[in-house]
Design a protein around this ligand. Structure first.
Ligand SMILES: [Zn+2]
Length: 315
């Protein structure tokens, strides 16, 4: 196994600085190529830690089973390096969401050039995994989000990823300028993983996802079929636009949950309350509209009328 380091994008910036989107490649035999990308939103760090753990796992594999990597693994942990450096979700200065600039333009503005470089580097892979970490407001259980148009290809792959949830999105909710849509619509399968919370890492979720990723790699022939791996421990539920319920704040205040994330809840059960810092009463009780499982829970306590506090999948 060979371990290579290079840049998939290198652009001159003012003041003699260079923007580099770095890649680590683990090259075994001539089998399929797969990739993991992270940090497209600069405030989402969970995927950077997943890349670190995958790199450690592959480095150990090189020592213990030097011939077990039959294909090639590319890790691109920081696809929006300026955003990560400045703790910003978007590309600084351009104030652009990098994940709304695909497939990009090699002659365009900086975000479009990064997008074009990423498309060139990732197209043709057997599988790209794009890891997101929600935002600073909401905590998510490990899940994959799939546009219904690509469900036939992606759901079987997602089933093996050791996740808790597969969320199928209808055509109207799909954003077409994302990296996942651009890759999937040009024949490169791309799974979007959401997990954890912005600006944090959740090591237990990382280990859960790592088991899923290496098992899927083995299924795809990237790893030797006889390589022993820890078996998946999670079987995903499948949500779609018909069984997901959104809980939005009825009023502004501080949201204080009474329940834990990823819990079964009953219809009319109190999930928390919205309180005011100015007096001792409760402004609003937050109750579940259905029997189900709470898979999104607000992490950031301040809410305004309409703020999302939770998502529940009816079961
Ligand atoms: Zn994101």
């Amino acid at each position: 196994m060979e371990i290579l380091h290079d840049d998939i994008v290198s652009l001159a910036l003012p003041y003699r600085e260079t923007l580099r989107v770095q890649r680590t490649s683990f090259v075994g035999g001539g089998g399929p190529r797969v990739a993991v990308i992270a940090g497209i939103h600069g405030d989402e760090l969970e995927g950077l830690f997943v890349c670190h753990r995958l790199a450690a796992w592959l480095e150990q594999l090189a020592a213990s089973h030097p011939h077990a990597l039959r294909g090639r693994v590319d890790l691109v942990p920081a696809i929006n390096p300026l955003g990560i450096d400045t703790l910003e979700r978007f590309v600084p200065v351009f104030d652009a969401d990098l994940n709304r600039n695909f497939p990009g333009d090699a002659e365009g503005l900086l975000p479009q050039r990064i997008a074009a470089g990423a498309m060139a580097a990732l197209s043709g892979a057997a599988l790209v995994i794009d890891i997101h970490a929600s935002n600073i407001y909401l905590r998510e259980i490990p899940q994959v989000r799939i546009a219904e148009d690509f469900a036939a290809t992606l759901v079987p792959l997602a089933q093996g990823m050791n996740l808790d949830l597969i969320w199928l999105h209808g055509a109207v909710t799909v954003l077409e300028a994302t990296i996942a849509h651009s890759l999937n619509s040009t024949g490169t399968p791309c799974l979007v993983v959401e997990m954890g919370v912005g600006m944090r890492i959740t090591p237990a979720f990382t280990e859960q996802l790592l088991i899923g990723i290496v098992n899927v790699w083995r299924t795809l022939g990237v790893l030797a079929p006889d390589l022993e791996l820890p078996p998946p421990t999670h079987t995903p539920l499948v949500a779609d636009d018909s069984n997901v319920h959104y809980l939005n704040a009825a009023t502004s205040g501080l949201f204080v949950p009474d329940i834990e994330h990823w819990m079964a809840v009953r219809r009319e059960q109190t999930l928390g309350r919205i309180v005011s810092p100015l007096h001792g009463g409760t402004l609003a009780a937050v109750r579940s509209p259905v029997d189900g499982i709470l898979f999104t829970l607000r992490e950031y306590p301040a809410v305004y009328e309409g703020s999302l506090m939770a998502r529940i999948m009816a079961v």
